[in-house]
Design a protein around this ligand. Structure first.
Ligand code: COA
Length: 160
């Protein structure tokens, strides 16, 4: 079964990779869908985010990295999928995720959102936390792939 794992991935972290690997084991095929036109101010361009995802996921089979804009439910339908994967880290994720899952279900009752509990070591992780640590020269090598680590160093090299 093909499932969609959506997000902004600015940048992808080991927390995302953990969810993607486990979803691939359960469902067989995962489309990692990067949201274009996000209202968030991004550090990485869409092309950079896709490239960093592709690199981080190159050793996992049956993964497609794609982009989408507009409603997630329309994209999900266009890919012939009826499952959306979301990771749950803390109880605070639950409220937002429930609202999003119910909104998506109201738009298309055939599409189910499936939640995977985040692995405990990544419970605190977010792309913003990684960017904040990296921007002050902190070590994020345990939190991101080596290419994301290098890309962050490059982005922040002129910021002291
Ligand atoms: N490990 C580590 N970090 C994680 C994580 C995990 N397992 N899961 C989420 N995160 C982080 C993300 O990196 C992100 O960090 P940031 O806020 O610092 O950038 C944060 O947690 C929030 O992630 P998420 O909830 O996935 O938000 P998102 O912006 O990455 O993606 C979309 C949200 C794309 C799924 C959603 O906005 C969407 O579907 N948009 C399309 C429009 C639409 O259809 N709207 C109606 C839906 S109700």
């Amino acid at each position: 079964m093909k499932v969609i794992y959506p997000g902004s991935f600015d940048p992808v972290t080991k927390g995302h990779i953990d969810i993607i690997k486990r979803a691939q084991k359960i469902f067989g095929e995962v489309i990692v869908a990067v949201l274009v036109n996000n209202s968030k101010n991004s550090l990485f361009t869409i092309e950079e985010r896709v490239e960093l995802l592709q690199d981080a996921l190159k050793d996992i089979e049956n993964i497609e990295v794609d982009t989408f804009s507009g409603l997630l439910i329309n994209y999900t339908e266009s890919k012939g999928c009826n499952r959306i994967i979301r990771g749950l880290r803390a109880i605070s994720d639950y409220e937002v995720e429930l609202q999003m899952a119910l909104a998506n279900r109201s738009l298309n009752g055939n599409v189910e959102t499936v939640f995977l509990a985040s692995s405990p070591e990544f419970n605190f992780l977010s792309s913003s936390i990684v960017k904040e640590i990296a921007s002050f020269g902190g070590d994020v090598s345990d939190l991101v792939s080596s290419s994301v680590n290098e890309a962050l160093k490059e982005k922040y090299k002129n910021i002291k």
